[in-house]
Design a protein around this ligand. Structure first.
Ligand code: AMP
Length: 229
């Protein structure tokens, strides 16, 4: 239990295409954090054909949200076995998930660290998502954009040489459905966190490097404050 008390959970919020995944990958390289992306966990379950994966497959391909109990169950199982600081990416996605997470953290004496909300206007998001290509090797997970960050060799990952794929939920049609669902559930979620001292709103419209400078400053300042406390 005492180990758990030292543990912190950070949350990255933002719409699909806001750059959460990219920022999360870079943050975990710079700070000692474990990256927990519920999208990655669910895609892994789909590719392994587990019971959860079989249930989630069609829901995810249609750009809908997997039910709260399933996602909370996956997340809590991962947190139970963890004692390093965690960075969530894509979780919580609903008010119910945020409330369930708050109850779980409190029961386990785990502290909520930062809640960083990356804001990008909707017009900018569709282009980012529809032209996004991701490395098919989950262990690599590099992210490309057909115009802004193309791979050196078409459809081949610069980093590991695996093929690049266009995620089934990154089509224009699935994107529209995801955005509709996103805004319906996001406002109450944002309201839940925005009054808390952990909450930071970040402008995510710039290039990933520029956004990263802002996000790093926020984490650095947080760590400095923690060390002084
Ligand atoms: P992402 O990679 O975060 O964009 O997630 C891809 C898909 O996984 C989403 O469109 C949902 O279908 C599902 N998913 C990921 N995280 C969650 C979550 N916290 N709650 C419900 N569904 C999720």
């Amino acid at each position: 239990m005492s180990e758990k008390r030292e543990m912190l959970v950070h949350v990255l919020l933002g719409p699909p295409g806001s750059g959460k995944g990219t920022q999360a990958k870079r943050l975990v390289e710079n700070f000692s954090l474990v990256h927990l992306s519920t999208g990655d966990i669910l895609r892994d379950a789909v590719s392994k054909g587990t019971e959860v994966g079989l249930r989630a497959k069609a829901i995810m391909a249609a750009g809908k949200l997997v039910d709260d109990d399933t996602v909370n169950g996956l997340v809590f199982a991962r947190l139970q076995d963890e004692n390093r600081n965690v960075l969530f990416d894509g979780y919580p996605r609903t008010l119910q998930q945020a409330e369930a997470l708050a109850d779980f953290l409190s029961a386990q004496s785990i502290r909520l660290g930062l809640v960083v909300d990356i804001e990008v206007p909707e017009e900018a998001l569709e282009d980012r998502v529809v032209k996004r290509r991701v490395c098919s090797n989950n262990a690599c997970g590099a992210i490309y954009h057909l115009d802004r960050k193309p791979a050196k060799v078409d459809a081949v990952c610069d980093l590991c040489g695996s093929s690049l794929k266009h995620r089934a939920d990154d089509t224009a049609e699935a994107f529209k459905s995801r955005m509709k669902e996103f805004y319906a559930t996001f406002k109450p979620l944002q309201a839940f966190y925005s009054g808390k001292s952990s909450y930071r709103l970040v402008d995510g419209t710039g290039m990933p490097d520029d956004v990263f400078v802002t996000v790093v400053k926020i984490f650095q300042k947080f760590e400095d404050t923690e060390e002084r406390a």
